[in-house]
Design a protein around this ligand. Structure first.
Ligand SMILES: CC(C)=CCC/C(C)=C/CC/C(C)=C/COP(=O)(O)OP(=O)(O)O
Ligand SMILES: [Zn+2]
Length: 419
């Protein structure tokens, strides 16, 4: 069935009437989303008191989707956000949920990703990397895994947020990396996905976290990747969106958590394949990072962040070469545009739910991932057939390991390489 006919059917089921015009139903309502997000940065009502310990997250959930929409913030507003996050930074390193609150790895990730997205010298240099490193070492358990805060819980989120931040600001070293990969591998379940902690249930949020952390650590071979790929691929439902775990409802935010996990495995498979071909003419690969977009080539020195492709084994590579796209990228865009958008601006979990900043951030991140998912060459733009609706729906590409806009990642990479 043609995509337009299928979209019209879904629209009829959801809204009980035929759509007015094709363009309205498939359009990304940019202006409304920009208005909702920028308004939130300037004013949040009393209902947001419950999120008092998540204020750096609120910054990230608004600043990042605005960057995806290529919306430039006022200089004053950017400076206010940088000043506010500086007040959340603990004197002994890391960021708390608000000024004076205990430092926490999740809010540290949100603060650092926000500052990288703002991308100014002022924003990037406000991060105290020496103390951040000490904070991270303090969060490390003797098993190698990380806890979220002093005396806090150990889980896969903590491992991902620590490794992502350390990698982004260029403080990742052997000491921080030791033992993390083994902990994450212990969280992969019999289903194939990754759970929050050993012996728990596989979930899309943790699957993204575990996979991205292992790729950053160059230890993805510690996972049973074919099994992980099967699990994620089967999480896309007949509604076209993704569910977070088996037998649960689809939800717009998993467009990113599951969609990016698939995008990462697809890139990994592609890189392994390319490197295997290259390995006939030279021994060792190099690259900026396993899933970054820089071109990889041959050097005699092994880069610390390059993937050792031989580790993945012949069976995995054979099988990977036989599989096509691992998810239906147009169907996912259909779910986001038709079911997750709110007419007044902002995005949501599913029809019947309210919009919120978290879902706006992760639905738009998932939309970007799905628009660029069929690309093999990172220097060009997606073909129109991979962007559902008008081509003006196209968002900025992200770096799928960190979930920051790719250009912003490159600026931060340059900045922190010189530190
Ligand atoms: C970087 C970082 C902090 C990542 C967090 C990743 C993430 C989203 C984890 C999911 C946590 C979880 C078990 C949700 C289940 O909620 P639910 O039972 O309401 O939803 P469900 O029915 O869809 O499973
Ligand atoms: Zn959700």
């Amino acid at each position: 069935m043609k995509v337009e006919a299928r979209v019209a059917d879904i629209y009829r089921i959801l809204f009980g009437a035929a759509p007015n015009t094709k363009s309205v139903m498939l359009e990304l309502w940019r202006d409304q989303h920009i208005e909702y997000l920028t308004h939130g940065l300037r004013h949040l009502g009393p209902a947001f008191h419950v999120l008092d310990a998540n204020r750096p997250w609120l910054c990230y959930w608004m600043v990042h989707p605005l960057a995806l929409l290529d919306e430039v913030l006022d200089d004053d507003l950017e400076d206010d956000i940088v000043d506010f996050l500086a007040r959340c930074q603990d004197k002994d390193g890391g960021y708390g949920g608000g000024p004076g609150q205990l430092p926490h790895l999740a809010t540290t990730y949100a603060a650092v990703n926000t500052l990288v997205t703002i991308g100014s010298e002022r924003a990037l240099s406000s991060i105290n990397r020496d103390y951040l490193y000490k904070f991270m070492l303090r969060m490390k358990d003797e098993s190698g895994a990380f806890r979220m805060h002093d005396g806090g819980e150990i889980d896969v989120r903590a491992s991902y947020t620590a490794i992502s931040v350390a990698s982004l600001v260029n403080i990742l070293d052997v000491e921080l990396a030791k033992g993390v990969g083994d902990y994450i591998a212990r969280c992969q379940t019999y289903e194939g996905g990754i759970a929050g902690e050993p012996h728990a249930e596989a979930h899309g949020g943790y699957t993204f976290c575990g996979l991205a952390a292992l790729i950053l650590l160059n230890e993805a071979e510690k996972l049973d990747l074919p099994c992980l790929i099967d699990w994620v691929a089967f999480r896309q439902g007949v509604e076209c969106g993704f569910q977070g775990r088996t037998n649960k409802l689809v939800d717009g935010c998993y467009s990113f958590w599951q969609g990016a996990a698939i995008a990462l495995t697809q890139k990994l498979v592609m890189i392994i394949d390319e490197q295997l071909k290259l390995s006939y003419s030279c021994k060792k690969p190099s690259g900026e990072d396993a899933c970054g977009t820089s071109s990889s080539g041959c050097t005699s020195e092994k880069s610390s962040s390059a993937v050792d492709y031989a580790k993945f084994g012949f069976d995995f590579i054979q099988r990977s070469n036989q599989i096509g796209p691992l998810f239906h990228n147009i169907a996912l865009q259909q779910y986001i545009l038709l079911c997750a958008q709110v007419l007044e601006g902002g995005l949501r979990d599913k029809p019947g739910k309210n919009r919120d900043h978290y879902h706006s951030c992760y639905c738009l991140s998932g939309l970007s991932v799905s628009q660029y998912s069929a690309m093999t060459d990172s220097d060009s733009c997606p073909l129109p057939q991979h962007v559902l609706g008008p081509y003006s729906n196209l968002l900025e590409p992200i770096h799928p390991l960190y979930n920051v806009v790719l250009d912003k990642y490159h600026t931060a990479y340059e900045f922190f390489s010189q530190e």
